[in-house]
Ligand binder design. Structure first.
Ligand code: BGC
Length: 750
């Protein structure tokens, strides 16, 4: 395996504080911590989040993922000067996130305004083994003279979600003049979090403790000789009432016990244990690519690092938020992003995690049924945005228009219903990849049937046909339309799947068959293009070039009202291209090309989910240059230069899409109707790509070059796979076959 890459912050810049706080965030699926500096900067959004720990402050507010008290911040005084990189000068600066271990390291030399230089090294990691454990270490070495060092740090509960306080402080204590502990409860009394911290400091340092204004602080100072380090190691244990082993009695004491057990082992050993767990994760899933562009490997490592960091594998009542655990964007809510963009990665690397993500929906079925009923439908209408309870959490209004003072209503909760069919699509993907009958019997079939019942009840009859009216497809620039191609085809697929698994329920079967027979499925026009919805072709087009150059910024909405955008052929992301990705067998190769050619020029790619999917479809059209460009641009969604693109957290789905682009796009590994297909079409820039994956209980390692495919299996159990359209049954543990070229050669000029 070639060595894992690292993510480097090239220099300290006040302009990119939040970008790197997001990109370098720590996470273990249980906790996420923004990579904020120890010393505070007013422009840097600090944040620590616990999966599933939501709170709604009042009836008029939106439920949000609570920003927990801050344990990383330190006020550092060196010979009376307050350490901040905004004063004095930065002589040397390095910061890197080590993907191999999840450790964040910063090493710098600061020349204080008084002219003295200090070397400061900060390390931290969140344990991948003990999910409540956060360790940090700071070493300060005066380079010119002996120095007085003072560090104040503790548990700071003045932290808010952009000013909104969600927690009551229920107790703060210092035990044995050593251990700090803060207990907090959400304002509605429903959840609790306890944080215990300990700072190991030099023997000759003096310590004092105080609690004031929601801050519990340890104040530690000492004198250190020139060239020697003043080292403070802070260990924190963060747990909540959502934990499976939560019991009210002795809760805070158990938190302290856990903390003490960890302290005994020390930073290095705890890091080694955590790194070992990371190594297992990399072993199970790393995609290794030999590319002319080293940033390709970096993008893949970055994506997988965050896929691990954001995924709560400890509790199936949690799922993945649109920004993972890295920020407050979208209030920590869960969207279709999980099933469509993130679940496929888990399915192929750790199928039990995919099962767990689907179980999140199953646990929330009651909320989805209630939403359907409330709106006069049957079955399960899953909320467009959800949190812990499974209720609809989409805010009623979007940000205020400061020119008019009016708020724009968000229509997604009322009409963006494709999520229902996306969940069914993911249930089927899981079943195909694992054959897990147990899951299907206990949960999967219910999910399929309840989602299908929703579509059956939602359809309206028009001249004997069934139609789906007033929906929003994935393209959110086109609202309230009838017969959205994506929605209709996915709904059809959903009902078809439910029917396939339906057992004795004759009534349901009859309804499902009738729906499948009569649902209107838009057909391609004479140029093979599928109309996105009933009225799309009749709308005018405008030149989108200046908006395309500002992709992702929604600049179009500064020039046009949403209602105007709705009446033009302007797409945030292209529904038909998305449909071609999801259900590829619906499209002939000619139709695939025709639709990509028609819709791409009309698509601004303002959604971070757009580019990678276009890349996959372009690869399927054998347009490798175009596909590679899309993929590379998709890799830049968070990694690119635009400093504000990920201020409020990572684009979680976009990281899943980086993996999808490589595996489904270039390697061409897809599942169709229960069978595995492999049609490699590597970009010219790639010499090889290699990665492990799971398929129906088998662990495999696939390596693809322009010349050859090598598949290694863990067993000699026969397996069937379609390689470049030919059905192959593999019995041997290692199978090699030449690439015939049907997937790699054709390059269509654009
Ligand atoms: C996209 C949605 C997506 C959401 C959360 C929106 O901008 O249009 O498709 O689910 O972001 O990532």
């Amino acid at each position: 395996m070639n060595t894992l890459t690292r993510l480097n912050e090239p220099q300290f810049s006040p302009h990119t504080l939040n970008k790197y706080a997001t990109l370098m965030a720590a996470g273990n699926g249980y906790l996420g911590i923004r990579a904020c500096h120890e010393e505070a900067y007013t422009d840097q959004t600090r944040g620590m989040y616990l999966a599933g720990f939501y709170h709604r402050a009042s009836a008029t507010e939106t439920t949000e993922l609570v920003n927990l008290p801050d344990v990383l911040q330190m006020r550092i005084e060196l010979d009376g000067e307050i350490f901040t990189l905004l004063s004095g000068s930065v002589v040397d600066y390095q910061r890197e996130l080590d993907f191999a271990s999840g450790e964040l390291r910063r090493c710098l030399v600061w020349r204080a305004p008084n002219g003295k230089r200090y070397q400061i090294e900060c390390l931290r990691f969140l344990s991948a083994v003990q999910l409540s454990l956060l360790c940090s270490r700071i070493a300060i070495t005066p380079l010119d003279d002996e120095a007085d060092v003072t560090i104040s740090t503790g548990i700071d509960a003045t932290q808010t979600n952009s000013g909104r306080q969600h927690l009551d402080e229920t107790s703060v204590r210092v035990f044995e003049q050593r251990y700090l502990q803060g207990c907090y409860r959400t304002l509605d009394g429903s959840n609790e979090v306890v944080i215990s911290s300990f700072c190991a400091v030099p023997a000759n340092a003096s310590n004092s403790f105080y609690a004031k204004n929601r801050r519990l602080t340890q104040h530690c100072s000492g004198r250190v000789a020139k060239g020697e380090a003043f080292v403070l190691v802070k260990t924190s244990w963060i747990s909540s009432s959502l934990d499976k082993d939560y019991r009210a009695e002795r809760w805070s004491e158990r938190s302290l016990d856990n903390l003490m057990t960890c302290i005994e082992r020390g930073y290095e050993q705890l890091l080694a244990e955590s790194a070992e767990r990371w190594a297992q994760m990399w072993q199970r899933s790393r995609v290794v690519v030999e590319s002319k562009n080293p940033q390709d490997q970096q993008a893949l490592d970055f994506a997988l690092y965050h896929l691990f960091a954001m995924t709560p594998t400890h509790n199936e009542r949690c799922s993945i938020a649109a920004k993972g655990l890295t920020g407050e964007g979208y209030k920590g809510h869960i969207f279709w992003d999980t099933e469509v963009f993130l679940l496929p990665f888990h399915l192929m690397t750790q199928p039990e995690v995919a099962r767990q993500l689907l179980s999140y929906r199953w646990h929330n079925l009651a909320g989805a049924q209630a939403k359907a009923q409330k709106n006069g439908w049957q079955g399960a209408l899953f909320p467009w945005e959800s949190a812990w309870s499974g209720e609809e959490e989409t805010p009623e209004f979007a940000a205020i228009n400061i020119r008019t003072g009016l708020r724009q209503k968000v229509a997604s909760a009322a009409a963006e219903h494709h999520l229902v069919a996306d969940i069914a699509w993911a249930v089927d993907a899981y079943y195909q990849a694992t054959g897990d009958e147990n899951f299907m019997q206990q949960r999967g079939i219910t999910l399929l049937r309840e989602t299908a019942r929703f579509w059956i009840s939602r359809a309206v009859e028009v001249d004997g046909k069934l139609e789906l009216h007033d929906v929003i497809g994935p393209d959110e620039y086109t609202e309230h339309i009838n017969n959205n191609a994506y929605t209709n085809y996915l709904a059809f697929h959903n009902v078809e799947l439910a029917l396939r698994h339906a057992s004795q329920d004759q009534d349901f079967k009859r309804q499902a068959e009738d729906f499948l027979q009569r649902l209107w499925l838009p057909q391609p026009d004479h140029q093979q293009v599928l109309e996105q919805d009933d009225t799309f072709f009749s709308k005018p087009t405008i030149d989108l070039s200046r908006y395309k150059t500002q992709q992702g910024t929604q600049a179009i909405l500064l020039d046009y009202a949403r209602a105007e955008v709705n009446e033009m052929q302007i797409l945030k992301q292209a529904d038909v291209v998305m449909l071609a990705y999801m259900l590829p067998w619906l499209f002939t190769p000619e139709q695939l090309e025709a639709n990509l050619d028609y819709y791409e020029p009309r698509t601004i790619h303002d959604s971070s989910l757009s580019k990678a999917i276009h890349g996959i479809v372009a690869a399927r059209c054998h347009r490798l240059e175009q596909a590679y460009q899309f993929w590379q641009q998709a890799c830049l969604i968070d990694l690119g230069d635009e400093p504000h693109s990920c201020d409020d957290g990572i684009h979680a789905a976009a990281t899943g899409a980086i993996w999808l682009g490589a595996v489904q796009g270039f390697v061409g590994l897809t599942v169709e109707k229960g069978e595995l297909h492999l049609t490699p079409r590597l970009p010219q820039e790639w010499r090889s790509v290699s990665f492990p994956f799971c398929w129906q209980g088998e662990r495999l390692q696939l390596t693809v070059t322009h010349q050859q495919i090598t598949l290694r299996k863990a067993s000699v159990r026969p397996m069937t796979i379609w390689i470049e359209q030919e059905r192959v049954v593999i019995t041997e543990a290692e199978f090699c076959t030449p690439v015939t070229g049907s997937g790699t050669t054709k390059e269509v000029s654009q």
